[in-house]
Ligand binder design. Structure first.
Ligand code: SAH
Length: 244
């Protein structure tokens, strides 16, 4: 069933006022009419089954609360070395589907893309729309937070219980146990750092190690920058949800 994220102040006494975007989507894309049902999720992650009462005005009636919780039971922060082109948008969508809670874009020495804070801010709204649509599609109750563009020296503030940086040299050296051991140690949160196309400079790795991020391998093969975070998020999801 179609789901929409709504602002807390858009519903009162069981009546929800849709946004213009929602109205357009319900009418033009889904071709819904009065009487059809949708799911609305408010900013406190309350989930409601709703019936469309007046599609032209966007009035929905709250039928009942739904008990569902599709979030990962640990908070995953992904720190991601900005890649080229629209790969970042791909990652926003896929990482959201895989349950990430927070995404921190990182500028590194070998980031091919030269993006400044101003240009990043301009795209911020578009990035958030991609995240919202991915949440609606994959049936989540909370939207991951997209942090501002940052640099390695400031990564301390994004640390969790367990902190890892995926380093291709660890894989070339045959490292095999850091990721698995880290997964066993998570209590409530984990931060994972992944580099851009060119990987990390050894000095950057040193700096992150000092900040408490442990280097880990992701297996024998060197993955593309857009594959690596999805591998890590999949492994975390498997460990938390399917291997008990
Ligand atoms: N061009 C680099 C590879 C960069 S891969 C090289 O050939 O050495 C992009 C990022 O994905 C890396 O910075 C790392 O964070 C992650 N990554 C890819 N494969 C990995 C592996 N096998 N082990 C650990 N990290 C990996």
């Amino acid at each position: 069933m179609q789901r929409y994220f709504i602002k807390n102040d858009s519903h009162k006494d069981g009546v929800i006022q849709s946004t213009d975007n929602m109205i357009r989507h319900m009418k033009k894309v889904l071709r819904y009419s009065n009487g059809d049902q949708v799911i609305c999720v408010d900013e406190n992650a309350n989930v409601y089954l709703c019936t469309i009462a007046d599609i032209d005005k966007g009035i929905l009636i709250r039928e009942k609360g739904l008990q569902e919780y599709n979030e990962l039971d640990v908070d995953v922060t992904l720190v991601y070395g900005l890649p080229k082109g629209d790969k970042f948008e791909f990652i926003l969508q896929k990482a959201t589907e895989l349950g990430v809670k927070r995404i921190v874009p990182l500028r590194t020495k070998r980031s091919i893309i030269r993006i400044d804070d101003k240009r990043f801010l301009k795209k911020y709204e578009r990035y958030n729309r991609i995240i919202t649509e991915a949440c609606e599609q994959c049936e989540r109750e909370t939207k991951p937070l997209l942090e501002p563009l940052t640099v390695i020296s400031k990564l301390g503030q994004y640390r969790s219980d367990v902190n890892l940086v995926a380093y291709e040299e660890s894989s070339r050296e045959g490292e095999k146990s850091v990721l698995k051991k880290a997964l066993d140690r998570i209590k409530t949160s984990i931060t994972i750092v992944v580099g851009p196309e060119g990987g990390f400079d050894p000095l950057e790795i040193k700096e992150m190690n000092k900040l408490g991020f442990e280097s880990c391998s992701l297996g024998k093969r060197i993955l593309r920058t857009e594959t690596a975070p999805l591998y890590m998020l999949s492994v975390i999801g498997f460990e938390r949800e399917l291997s008990k």
